[in-house]
Write a protein of this length. Structure first.
Length: 125
């Protein structure tokens, strides 16, 4: 990740040195599929009935709050997935670490022909 680490002269009259480094970041492109739940076309009455007819006392017996929450959310997701239609919207080929907030400043720096500067990176020796 870091190559060519160089210690430069001291910064002004302080005892701190400046460093120069080359930071390499390799990313991979992955295919992500975006799914959307259509709640307006789902059967809400069936969800309500399925959740109402569960014996929650038995489900939560001798469990702490976190375990009860996990049981509840798991059962809720099972019921929602059974009664709400899911549609595949699109497939994205995107870089995992490089989102819009990272790409915009890099693109403008490259178009201007200037050096790319990493902000909020401090290294004091």
């Amino acid at each position: 990740m870091v190559e060519e680490l160089k210690f430069l002269e001291q910064f002004a009259s302080s005892g701190h040195n400046m460093i120069e480094l080359e930071f390499l970041l390799q990313t991979t492109v992955c295919d992500t599929v975006v799914y959307n739940l259509y709640f307006n076309k789902g059967d809400c009455k069936a969800i309500k009935a399925a959740m109402k007819h569960r014996n929650w006392h038995e489900e939560f017996y001798n469990k702490n709050t976190l375990e009860c929450y996990k049981v509840f959310t798991r059962k809720l997701f099972e019921v929602v997935n059974a009664h709400i239609p899911v549609k595949k919207l699109r497939t994205k080929n995107k870089c995992l670490l490089c989102n819009r907030n990272v790409k915009r400043p890099l693109r403008s720096e490259i178009e201007n022909g200037s050096n790319i500067v990493l902000q909020n990176v401090t290294a004091i020796t």
